[in-house]
Ligand binder design. Sequence first.
Ligand code: GAL
Length: 829
Amino acid sequence: MKEKRNNLSNKLSLVLIIGIILFGSCSKKDDAFVNRKVSFNSNWSFHLNDSLIDKDTIGTSTKWRTLNVPHDWSIEGKFDEKSPAGYGGGSLNGGLGWYKKTFKIASEDINKTITIAFDGVYKNSEVWVNGHYLGKRPNGYIGFQYEISPYLNYGDKNNEIIVKVDNSKQPNSRWYSGSGIFRNVWIQTTDKLHVAQWGTYITTPKVTAEKASVNFETTIQNQNSVSKKATVTTTIFKEDIKVTSVTQDITISANANQTIKQAAQVETPILWSVEKPELYISVTEISVDDKIVDQYKTSFGIRDFKFDTDKGFILNGKQVKIKGVCLHHDLGALGAAINTRAIERQLEILKEMGVNGIRTTHNPPAPELLDLCDKMGFIVMDEAFDMWKQTKTKYDYGNDWDKWHKKDLIDQLLRDRNHPSIFMWSIGNEIPEQWNENGVAIAKELAAITRQYDKTRPITAAMNPPVNMNLDGINLQFDKAAVQYNKIAASGVLDIIGYNYAHQTYEYHKKNFSGIPFIATETTSALETRGYYDATSDSIKKWPVRWDLKFTEGNPGNTVSAYDQVQAPWGSTHEATWKVIKKHDFLSGMYIWTGFDYIGEPTPYEWPSVSSYFGIVDLAGFPKDVYYMYQSEWTDKTVLHLFPHWNWKAGQTVDVWAYYNNADEVELFLNGKSVGVRSKKGDDLHVMWKVPFQPGTLKAVSRKNGKTVLETEIKTAGNPSQLKLTADRSTIKADENDLSFVTVDILDDKGTLAPNANNEINFSLKGNGKIVGVCSGDPVSHESYKGLKHTALSGKCLVIVQSGDKTGRLELTAKANGLKQATIVITAE
Ligand code: GAL
């Protein structure tokens, strides 16, 4: 590995050299590196109508509107108690949607291969270009592409693409799916001789501190009607500096694909890790007669890992506990329409909490999530399916299984296998067939396909554990005699045994099935509403009380206490779960259900609740209190988090909790008087005081060896009196895509957060941009996420501002009756 040079002139000449290497002698026109893939997101026309189901009559409709994709039409709709999606699907409707777009293709591209690539369309998409039917893709989560060059008009003549999206048969998901072209769309233009779609596969079979061997398997596609002699050069770069390159001459037959193998070595490789996610770039270049005809970039990482039966997950020789969370794909108020900044913000919030792993439940994620996990350092479990042939909801993917599962799985593997952040493939979540031999046969088939396309990562499945779940859900016990052992787990087909929940059985597992590494694929399912507290926190509540029955009782307002005391009966509290995971080395780690709240599955309630209570962070992105328990355990950051708020009725006794670290004790003071000193004993994860309420100031002081480490205060708030706006970023890009997430706090006249304030807030924006989402994190709210007003929850609300295509000032104003308004300026550059 060459050293980075500091001298400026050296740097400049380097940039020049790289320029020549990357862009060669190509003129702008055939500069494949720049033109290969361009966004096809803007200026689509959209039409939502169930009755116009014919491609030929849809054009006569006048109800088209213009928009940019990624787009999710369900999030624009009204919450509907009778929605066929059910409360599980977020009570938002699907339907039948049409997209169309006209576009021109330059006449000089007439001899090129032009492909349209969709990263994901939910669901049952069908595509036509200039009247030619290109095909159908039922799976909403996988990327797919069609070559369109044979059907195009070149030069001044228009082309028309029509996409039909059919999400009308519901329910087809256990959570909110969203509807439409909800991921990015690209046009790819290449020479007829090019690297095939997802055509590179980079592995690093041998990694030591001195050297890493890097193997390239590259599939080249020749769409010429004659055979071609070409040179394939693969060059590795690290931060724009050439590391090494390999070259091979090939002859490829007419209309054929050819896969070539190349190998290189990287001296003193800079390894990818969670703390320092170092990436390399490989550039594949195809030249014919010394002219570069195609260039293809692949980002990859060099790391060495294994899952060990006794020591869990070992990354680059070091034991790393996977502190992961499960994530569904929706982005709160933005719905399922992906936005890179919104995903990045989620990951930033999770990273700050100490999370180092993401499980992509229960489907292939947006490619941008994986790119970000590569860059930010997360250990990803990439999951393929929530069901196989046997359906979980009436119209789900089980219906498409026979025809599509093989292709969908292969495409996921081809798409994802170069991501260094992915360490495991999961072939399914809580698959009903896990209990029978039929499931074993399917698992074997899926594992064989997976191993055919990637032997470098272990295969797991998120299974139900071998427990006999007591119907009350209370005495979840391993019952040796009664157990119906999971057939897939027992079949030996998996490299890692993955169980969801039942942390009580992990030790049993170790005793009886040692020899196979183990991971808690899904844990916890604890429940909280941000900012709502049952005054006493002594008892653990299982809600619903019986896992197999409808939940009928509950609190007014469908709230759940935010002390870590409420769990689904199949789950456990955050603290109980982490204590077990922490204790045993053989547990590689866990993926908590869930990092963020998501739309749909509002356990323990049903309608009028429409979004989940499982998140450690709410739907708006505001952390719930337990976030700080993890931060105190999972990060080096010094933490002292005190809760609940301090607005109670006189005389009421309130449980006051503190999460802390890096200290021996915490002392609590009420209005200057000590309430007592507490310190965590044994495996405690928090301390608690019972405090008779008196208005005023509650103050906590953490100390180490008698010295103050941190202090924090909570004050009784007076009446709500003013609004405060805080932007996560006050400068954003003027690219019609970038976002600023603005927090609205409702404060009293002294600036203290009013913890029970639920004022309706009205928003307006001046400048070239728009408000694209509003959300308070309240699972019971039926206000539109796309409106210009929203009711706060526990004193807080979020408004999301998106830039337009012009630079300038974006001035956001928030107003509420009786409160002093607030304005904030965001600059679009
Ligand atoms: C799990 C399931 C998840 C989610 C969760 C809620 O069993 O895998 O998708 O439904 O329960 O607790």
